[in-house]
Structure formats: structure tokens, C-alpha cells
Write a protein of this length. Structure first.
Length: 199
């Protein structure tokens, strides 16, 4: 009985997040009200507050869902059993860029959601960075095992590579450069990184 109730609650929360994400992407966080979300989920605003205490809690849940989707996408690169470490590092940058560009290009108001998270919820940013660094570390360890990379300080290398990834995850950069320009920049960065890792 309790399992069925919990399943229904989980399904309803998912429905709410589906609707909320559509609103945030189309109208932005500021112009989206709890009443707007409730209306499209076909429930009262009062009932919506039974599932989320306020709009910011919905923003956080939407962000966590988006980040989970992104990380799962990048894991397909990291866990590719047929690919070498060099290819994985290059594709990791390319796919990070492409994912960010696609999200920003098709959802221009998504930057408001990013702004709320980066300014008020540093724990989510930290979790994102930790997950990405773990994936980069996995690639570098594979490169060492394959004797492709010669790394003296693995943790330092992970942090440096992760820092060089930031431009290709920054929504504002997606509006400044074309996708082709960003791809060229990403390829140039990974080319330099791979040369350094092989010394």
C-alpha cells in the first residue's frame, strides 16, 4: 500500500517537474508562477504546495534532473569500451559543449535557472564539478594504463583539465560564439592538453 502511494507521489512530482521545465525554458524562472505550473498540471495551487514548498525548490529539482541527464550522456563517452583515452577526452569536451549549446539554443531562458543555482545553491555546483572531475579522472587513469599519458600528479591534472572545460559549459558563451567557433576552440584546447599529457 505504502509503495503504491509513494509511486503515485513520485509520478506526480515528475509531472510537475515536466511542466515546470517547459515553463522555465519558455518564459524563464521569474515569469513563471506556482499558479501557472499548477494550472498545467491540472491541480490547485494549494495542492502543488503539498509536493514542493516553493518555486525555488522546484528550480532545484529541475536543475538536478537536467544535470543527471547531462552526466548520463557524458558517461556514454567515458564508458565506451572500444575507445581510447585520447578520443574520450576529446569527445568529453565536444559533448559537454554540444549539450550546453543545444540546451541554450533551444531554451534561451534556461540561463535564469542556471543563475539561481550558481548564486544560491553552491552545493549543486560542487556536486556537478565533483562528478565531472571523477569522469575526467577515469579517462586519465585509462590513459596511464594504456601508457598513452605520463602524469606526475593525477589530481592536479584532473583539476586543470576540468578548469579548461568551463568555457564550453558557460551558457553566456553560447550566445557570443557560433557552434563552429566553439568546436574549434574545444578541439584546440584538447589538442594542447593531449600533447601535455603525453610528455
Amino acid at each position: 500500500m505504502h509503495a503504491k502511494v509513494n509511486d503515485r507521489i513520485s509520478e506526480t512530482r515528475d509531472d510537475i517537474l515536466d511542466v515546470a521545465l517547459k515553463h522555465f525554458r519558455h518564459f524563464g524562472v521569474v515569469k513563471t508562477a506556482m499558479a501557472d505550473i499548477a494550472r498545467d498540471v491540472k491541480m490547485s495551487t494549494a495542492n502543488l504546495y503539498r509536493y514542493f514548498k516553493n518555486k525555488e525548490e522546484i528550480v532545484v529539482a529541475c536543475s538536478q534532473r537536467c544535470l543527471s541527464d547531462r552526466h548520463n550522456h557524458l558517461l556514454t563517452v567515458v564508458n565506451n569500451p572500444e575507445a581510447g583515452a585520447g578520443w574520450k577526452l576529446q569527445e568529453f569536451f565536444r559533448e559537454s559543449l554540444k549539450y550546453t549549446y543545444d540546451q541554450t539554443d533551444s531554451n534561451p531562458n534556461i540561463t535564469e535557472l542556471v543563475s539561481v543555482i550558481t548564486s544560491k545553491h553552491h552545493e549543486i555546483v560542487h556536486e556537478k564539478n565533483t562528478t565531472e572531475q571523477s569522469m575526467i579522472k577515469s579517462i586519465l587513469e585509462q590513459g596511464q594504463e594504456q601508457q598513452l599519458f605520463n602524469i606526475d600528479n593525477l589530481d592536479q591534472a584532473v583539476k586543470a583539465i576540468h578548469a579548461s572545460l568551463h568555457l564550453f559549459q558557460f551558457p553566456v558563451a553560447m550566445n557570443i560564439f557560433t557552434l563552429k567557433e566553439l568546436e574549434e576552440k574545444a578541439d584546440a584546447v584538447t589538442s594542447l592538453l593531449l600533447k601535455g599529457l603525453k610528455k
